[in-house]
Design a protein around this ligand. Structure first.
Ligand SMILES: [Zn+2]
Length: 179
């Protein structure tokens, strides 16, 4: 709802939130309260750099922070929440950020489908964290748009895995298919 002076958000959730999600909802409310609507064309802003321009370095820093806050099963169990630790995606190993995003069989299928280089793909097995994987992500030659997409690729994969993991965890669906 909006009028000339204010905007308020009516967040509608698909399911009830758990106790451990209340802080995240509170954080979301605080973030939404900061949104200021302005006249003019929409534009992309990368808020984690001073210039508001996307920089890979700032993305790495932000992802490192997010990795430490991602509520995978291992973290929830460490917080004292009684849950089975098994990965929602493969059901074969305990879930951690490294397993879920890098070494899970489902994640590996997705990475393999997108990375043509067996050399780059084989590096994945030696990685101990998402940050390490992102730092090791090679530069690519070619037109600017190609390099830009290439740099965003690992972030997009991580996002897709997280979305699918949550769909699987909370709604028991599995939406990405790998041929
Ligand atoms: Zn797994």
């Amino acid at each position: 709802m909006s009028d000339a002076d204010s905007i308020s958000w009516n967040v509608m959730l698909r399911s009830n939130i758990y106790d451990w999600e209340e802080q995240q909802m509170s954080d979301l409310d605080a973030l939404l309260d900061q949104v200021v609507a302005e006249e003019g064309d929409d534009l992309w802003v990368w808020k984690w750099s001073r210039t508001c321009q996307f920089l890979v370095k700032t993305m790495y820093v932000k992802l490192r922070e997010l990795e430490n806050r991602t509520l995978t099963l291992d973290r929830l169990i460490n917080m004292g929440i009684a849950l089975p630790p098994v990965c929602f995606m493969c059901g074969m190993a305990n879930e951690s950020t490294t397993h879920l995003f890098l070494h899970c069989s489902k994640a590996l299928q997705l990475w393999a489908s997108l990375i043509q280089s067996s050399f780059i793909f084989s590096n994945l097995f030696g990685m101990d964290s998402i940050q390490e994987w992102l730092v090791a992500w090679p530069e690519r030659q070619g037109p600017e748009i190609t390099r830009w997409i290439w740099n965003l690729l690992p972030v997009a994969v991580i996002w897709v895995i997280w979305k699918n993991r949550n769909d699987k965890a909370f709604r028991r669906v599995f939406s990405f298919k790998i041929r």
